[in-house]
Structure formats: C-alpha cells, structure tokens
Design a protein around this ligand. Structure first.
Ligand SMILES: NC(=O)c1ccc[n+]([C@@H]2O[C@H](COP(=O)([O-])OP(=O)(O)OC[C@H]3O[C@@H](n4cnc5c(N)ncnc54)[C@H](OP(=O)(O)O)[C@@H]3O)[C@@H](O)[C@H]2O)c1
Length: 269
C-alpha cells in the first residue's frame, strides 16, 4: 500500500500538537501526503484523528502508521500493548491501524514480550501490517522468529549523513520497506557542501535533494516533518527531482556522519 501512495513520501508528525499541529496535518493531506506517521509517545494521535476528519480526503485513501512501546515507557506487558492499541484506535478515530510499529525496544526481553501481541492484533483486525523501529539486524532475526506475518516495514534514521547500508540490506532481504526517519537530519542537511552543490544544480533546496536521494534507493520511504506550509508543499518537489548517477554518487560519497537519535545505552551494529 505504501507504493500505491501517489506521492511516495510520508509525513512525519513528531511535535505537531494542538490546533497548529492539526493545521499542519490538514495542509499535508490536502497537499497530497497520504501516509501519516505518528506514535503513542508523540501525544498527538487525537490531532491526527481530527485532521483525518477535517481534510477533504477519504480515510480509505490514507495510510495511518502509529507506534507503541518506546524505551522510555516503563511497562511493556502484553496487557499494556493491548490496551494501548485500543486507545490509539480510539484517539485516531479509525477501525484498523494500517501499520503498527514496535517503536523502540530496549533489549531482547522487550521484543519477546511485545511482538507476540502484535500477532494477536493482526488476527483481531485491529492492525493490518506490522513494522519495527530502531531494530538492529540481530533484532530483526528475533522478529523473524516471533512474527506470524511477514514484516512490512522497518523504520530507522536515514539521510545522507547516515546511509544505513547494512541495515538497508537486511531490510531488502526481507522484502520490507525501509521507512527513513529524520530524512533531512532535522535540518542539518542544509550545512553539507556536497548537498548544497547538487541543490544549486537542480535549482531546489537541500531538503528536496536529501529526500530525492532517499527516494532513489530501492524500497526507501522518507517521512519528513514540517509545520511550515511552504516546507510541507515544497518537500513534495522531491518526487519530481531526478538526480542523475553523478549526483547520487556525490551524495553517496559524503563522509561526515551524524545520528540525530542516539541514546547512550543503544549499541547499534
Ligand atoms: N521511529 C523513531 O524512533 C523516530 C525518531 C525520530 C523521528 N521519527 C519520525 O520521523 C519524522 C521525521 O523526522 P524528524 O522530525 O526527526 O526530522 P526531519 O523531518 O529530518 O526534520 C524536521 C525539521 O526540518 C525542518 N524542515 C522540514 N522541511 C524543511 C524545508 N523544506 N526547509 C527547511 N527546514 C525544513 C522542520 O522545520 P519546519 O517545521 O519549520 O519546516 C523541522 O525542524 C518524525 O516527525 C517522526 O514521525 C521517528
């Protein structure tokens, strides 16, 4: 369903709360975004639900992804997951979540307690597809053992300063989508000369180049976030920006590395 999205670009919603958040969400839907990415932890599922109500687009045309069980949340019991998903459905005002992610595990115990409940939720038609987020390749192997349906998407940070080659290979090997979060490195891509150079040649900005670079990679779906209407609409230009092989090589060749989301205890592979 993600590739049925006419725009191939999702919309991130972290920090989009209150009336301003709803306005940004309605602007995004009406500009053409169809895939909305929220999470229980973002505290804005109600705003997403309200935007779905207000926007001039049918719910069936939208693809709603949410997440549960972040490392900061104390409890990750099966009952917590069951109740949490019922609450998400109610706040979003929908009958089925198109894609539910395990948001961020903290160790194997978390994965072993959360994912079996996801199987039940699919069986009960509360969830259509399963995704995982912030998993390492070893975590993905554990997910293979625990899940009864195939993994639809793996969400992780990815942008020109964090190309995620190994994780991407692991995700493609499972025939899943790689949903790229922080796709413009929370604004940092504006400070990278190799990206500015390509942007100038195409007469677009650095955010658009970074999104177009992500879209050039097989199975990668970027989810930029913005509350600024001009940015929300402007980022869609990535879909019409055709980078040539030389542009892509130039960005692939960037050596600087940045991980925006990096808790101290996390051991990335
Ligand atoms: N699974 C996870 O653990 C996880 C972690 C982080 C993020 N995410 C998801 O990924 C989404 C996106 O990542 P993110 O929010 O971290 O960062 P991001 O999308 O890389 O960057 C967002 C920032 O970029 C600015 N921006 C956007 N378009 C711009 C443009 N065209 N020109 C100038 N500035 C621009 C926004 O400001 P304006 O609002 O002013 O445009 C905002 O400050 C999140 O919202 C969330 O849905 C998931």
């Amino acid at each position: 369903m993600l590739d049925e999205n006419p725009y191939g670009l999702g919309f991130g919603t972290y920090s989009l709360t209150g009336e301003d958040g709803i306005d940004a969400l309605v602007t995004a839907i009406e500009a053409g975004y169809r895939h909305l990415d929220t999470a229980r932890l973002y505290g804005n599922e109600e705003e997403v639900g309200e935007a779905i109500e207000r926007a001039d687009v049918d719910r069936d045309e939208l693809f709603i992804a949410t997440k549960i069980a972040h490392f900061e949340e104390p409890e990750k019991t099966p009952e917590y997951v069951r109740t949490g998903v019922r609450e998400s459905l109610s706040r979003l005002g929908i009958e089925t979540i198109d894609l539910l992610y395990h948001h961020w595990p903290r160790g194997r115990d978390d994965i072993e307690s959360v994912l079996p409940v996801f199987n039940e939720l699919v069986e009960a038609n509360q969830v259509e597809r399963i995704g995982v987020s912030n998993y390492t390749p070893a975590d993905l192997e554990l997910a293979d053992d625990l899940l009864e349906t195939s993994l639809y998407a793996v969400q992780a940070e990815m942008h020109p300063l964090l190309p995620q080659r190994d994780l991407r290979e692991a995700v493609r090997g499972r025939d899943a989508y790689f949903v790229a979060y922080s796709p413009i490195a929370q604004g940092e891509v504006f400070d990278v000369p190799e990206i500015s150079d390509v942007a100038e040649n195409h007469d677009v900005n650095e955010a658009v180049v970074s999104l177009a670079w992500l879209l050039s990679k097989d199975g990668v779906v970027p989810i930029p976030r913005s509350k600024t209407p001009a940015h929300i609409r402007g980022n869609l230009n990535a879909l019409e920006t055709d980078l040539d092989d030389e542009d892509i090589e130039q960005i692939d060749g960037i050596e600087r590395r940045l991980r925006c989301e990096d808790p101290s205890w996390m051991e990335w592979e």
